[in-house]
Design a protein around this ligand. Structure first.
Ligand SMILES: NC(=O)c1ccc[n+]([C@@H]2O[C@H](COP(=O)([O-])OP(=O)(O)OC[C@H]3O[C@@H](n4cnc5c(N)ncnc54)[C@H](O)[C@@H]3O)[C@@H](O)[C@H]2O)c1
Length: 352
């Protein structure tokens, strides 16, 4: 394969501010088609990014024989279906998180991949952040050497704040009506929690996905307790992942910057990563290591590829894996666990 010919679905905010600039900048990728249900927006965005073919629906785009892979960023009421159809059409698919709002839908997507021959990468950009990659390497090394003792705790805290850091770019808008679709939520969830469940999952799915990866826990997890406020968003859920206790501390803070960190505790020290505002280009997570002992020390290692943007590295990873056939670091088979975890947290909280 020469360049990967990418078909992109959805020309909204994330496409314009993040993914189209990133994919069109990659030397081994060519964005050859754009599907967008709002035709005027589609035309204007295609012109801005030099995309030659424009479709109104993703179904039309999937009939285009000259497309090697598909990427989608659409509202979560739309994008699971887009990804499912592309997987059934046999394409490698890059989709924005969350994979789905229900386990049932996520499993259907994996089934579509099995039957159609496609494969799914869910865009959890934190796994591609150079600082977080370095932190994972350090954690793995300490676990291997035993130098800091047993790893006994992971604290994942996200209170949000300003995620764009003034970096949204000049996004083209439209007054064409926004396409509607029904909200798909777990059938056991009472109606009054539909909105809060969606908000909780869609923000903190990043933290759950990252914690599982840092601990190498895969599908080894349990929800021990969940204590949320009436808003169904603020609180603490306690899980076990790979045998390690994990506290998921969540809330909403009107901060001028993004307020999120993940800290892994050993008996004689810790490794902490502080995430940047999501759209802050060329800034990775900050890493801090504390080592207790006779001469306690703090280390602040800076990764080799430190002046980089997680979203850009994530796009690179997708194209690399499409070219080489290598597995995705954040595959659909792995991410289905996050969808399961959120249903389990809410069931624990509501006692259902
Ligand atoms: N990774 C992150 O940190 C992060 C941050 C923000 C948003 N997101 C995710 O990004 C996704 C997209 O968000 P957004 O703000 O870009 O949404 P958006 O509403 O601005 O854009 C989505 C676009 O997709 C189009 N669309 C929907 N279904 C379509 C279909 N079947 N075919 C063609 N076009 C279709 C809509 O018309 C719309 O223009 C959301 O799922 C959200 O969870 C991720």
């Amino acid at each position: 394969m020469q360049k990967v010919r990418l078909g992109y679905v959805g020309a909204g905010f994330m496409a314009q501010a993040v993914h189209l600039p990133n994919f069109t900048a990659l030397p081994d990728c060519e964005v050859v088609a754009l599907a967008e249900m709002r035709p005027q927006l589609a035309q204007r965005v295609a012109e801005r990014f030099g995309i030659p073919r424009v479709y109104t629906t993703h179904s039309e785009l999937l009939l285009d024989p000259d497309i090697d892979a598909v990427a989608v960023s659409a509202h979560f009421v739309h994008q699971a279906q887009v990804a499912e159809d592309a997987l059934r059409a046999g394409k490698p698919v890059y989709m924005e998180k969350p994979m789905a709002l229900t386990v049932e839908r996520a499993e259907r997507m994996l089934q579509a991949a099995c039957e159609g021959g496609g494969r799914l990468m869910v865009a959890y950009m934190k796994r591609y952040d150079a600082g977080i990659e370095l932190a994972k390497q350090i954690i793995d090394d300490y676990r291997q050497s035993g130098e800091l003792g047993r790893l006994f705790y992971l604290r994942a805290r996200c209170f949000g704040g300003n995620w764009t850091a003034g970096n949204s770019g000049t996004v083209i808008g439209t007054d064409e009506p926004y396409p509607s679709a029904p909200l798909e939520v777990p059938e056991w969830l009472p109606e009054r929690y539909h909105q809060s469940y969606t908000n909780y999952l869609q923000v903190f799915t990043h933290n759950v996905n990252l914690a599982r990866w840092l601990l190498g826990a895969g599908d080894d997890w349990q929800v021990m307790s969940a204590d949320l406020d009436d808003d169904g968003f603020t609180g603490v859920a306690v899980l076990k992942m790979g045998g390690v206790r994990v506290a998921l501390e969540t809330g909403s803070l009107a901060a001028h910057k993004w307020d999120e960190d993940t800290q892994v505790y050993f008996q004689r020290g810790w490794v902490k990563v502080t995430s940047p505002s999501l759209l802050l280009r060329n800034a990775c997570a900050e890493v801090e290591v504390y080592r207790a002992g006779d001469t306690p020390e703090y280390l602040r290692p800076f990764p080799k590829d430190g002046w980089s943007w997680s979203f850009q590295r994530e796009a690179q990873h997708f194209i690399h894996c499409v070219r080489t056939g290598e597995p995705f670091r954040s595959s659909g088979e792995d991410t289905v666990q996050d969808v399961r975890i959120f249903e389990a947290i809410y069931r624990k909280w509501l006692g259902i």
